[in-house]
Write a protein that binds this ligand. Sequence first.
Ligand code: APR
Length: 263
Amino acid sequence: MTGRDDSKEEKITDLARRLAESRETVIFTGAGISTESGIADFRSPGGIWDRFDPNELSYPSFVSNPVSRRNYWQFYREYWKEARDVEPNRAHFALAKLEDLGNLSAIVTQNIDGLHQKAGNSPEKIFELHGNMWEVRCLSCNDIYTWNDIFQLLEEGKEVHSCRQCGGLLKPATVSFGQSLPERALREAQRLSERCDLFLCIGSSLVVYPAAYLPEQAKNSGAKLVILNREPTPLDGIADLVISGEAGDVMSQVVKAVETRSF
Ligand code: APR
């Protein structure tokens, strides 16, 4: 099956078979897997980068400019408000079920919302390339604060204080443009991409690097590459199977087919 002209149903069956037969499956997720839960993605119309300027929220601006830092904290005040009561959706639960069925080795996610953990996937199998928004850390000594402590300060209109241990700058434990990715998560993600035999991308535009190198790395290392996304991506041309559709809708059908071995 080429994965190019088949019907969506045939593609869903094809993906179910690939997941059931795969020795080692890595699932790579982006913001598109969380939109059904109510969290906006970044590059769809009305997405986060339509409302905020990514350059204003970059790491160099944050560390060098108090006004940018203040804007950054206002961004997070809104983002925490938008995301704090959000629940996992069908796509997240499908990945948790795949792990229960023994058909998922790891999740490599660009998402910072923690919904994979909330849906029940094992934290040790989740690699967060862009960090996690529910922690605030000191950039100098790595001291950890809970997001809610900082959120309350922002809600009271107060400035975010400096680190109580060393006086350094506090920042959510997420990766901003111009900031390096967490070394361990990236190293593990690269190792998993090189050794897996199935690499499934769900809900990512695949335009942000180094994360978007991973599907290419997996493909170059011999894995089959599957892309599930609402819109085309730049890597569709090297994929073995491309499914255009909604993550929740498709993945709930795929996992049902894996569970009932209907493929
Ligand atoms: N089902 C399938 N695809 C979806 C859905 C859905 N329900 N909702 C959105 N999408 C698709 C969009 O069409 C888009 O192509 O998901 C993709 C999300 O792309 P982005 O918004 O670019 O998000 P992502 O790929 O995760 O961005 C990577 O960029 O700004 C940085 O740090 C940020 O981690 C983020 C990184």
